[in-house]
Design a protein around this ligand. Structure first.
Ligand code: 3PG
Length: 216
């Protein structure tokens, strides 16, 4: 893989540095996407990841990209090149994948939209480094060993920045955010299913504000 260029890395970092927490969304009903994204932006979370895990996901990206001022909408759970390209066409400003395949790497090379690729081991990080990636998603963060594991990677793999995701919550987010190799964390806790289903946007904005106040 030719890899991520410096300008794409800068683009990605400028998005990830907007806030300490990137909300990871599973959107079941496209009608809720705009309200949900507006509630998150109102709470201070402007970079939003919509996972491609539901039939509504692509339309949700389109709607948020078109209608939510101040939002930077990205697509997550990208598992192949076809989904990568569809997510970019829908208006994603960044792409997130739980791991990397040759197909995803090729799609990323051919696109101006930056990729945040998943990695969980030293070898995966090193392979991505060889391909020019210096910013990665550490996934699944808690299950793979949590903040102590990521801390142990920071010295031998210095120069790599991570967005830990998977089991991260308000309780443990600071364990990650206080590490030198963490740029932000990702998590679904800021958009609980029940609040989304109830259209409780004030409740979501409150959770987003708490998350936005965490130390980046
Ligand atoms: C992801 O796709 O990054 C994770 O599924 C989000 O994990 P969480 O639901 O444990 O926050």
């Amino acid at each position: 893989m030719a890899g991520q260029t410096e300008s794409k890395t800068e683009k990605l970092l400028s998005i990830l540095k907007l806030q300490p927490v990137v909300p990871v969304l599973i959107v079941d009903d496209v009608k809720s996407a705009v309200g949900l994204a507006r509630a998150l932006v109102a709470g201070g979370l402007r970079a939003i990841e919509i996972t491609m895990r539901t039939p509504a996901a692509l339309d949700a990206v389109k709607a948020v990209a078109a209608e939510v001022e101040g939002a930077n909408v990205g697509a997550g759970t990208i598992l192949n090149a076809r989904d990568f390209d569809a997510a970019v066409r829908a208006g994603s400003t960044f792409i997130v994948s739980p791991g990397v395949t040759p197909g995803i790497a090729a799609a990323a090379d051919a696109s101006d939209v930056p990729l945040l690729p998943g990695a969980a081991t030293a070898s995966e990080v090193m392979a991505l480094r060889e391909a020019g990636y210096s910013v990665m998603k550490f996934f699944p963060a808690e299950q793979a060993g949590g903040a102590p594991y990521l801390k142990a990677l920071s010295s031998p793999l210095a120069g790599t920045l991570f967005c830990p995701t998977g089991g991260v919550s308000l309780k443990n987010a600071n364990d990650y955010l206080s590490l030198p190799n963490v740029v932000c964390v990702g998590g679904s806790w800021v958009a609980p299913k029940e609040l989304v289903a109830a259209g409780d946007w004030a409740g979501i904005t409150k959770l987003a504000s708490e998350a936005a106040a965490l130390k980046a």
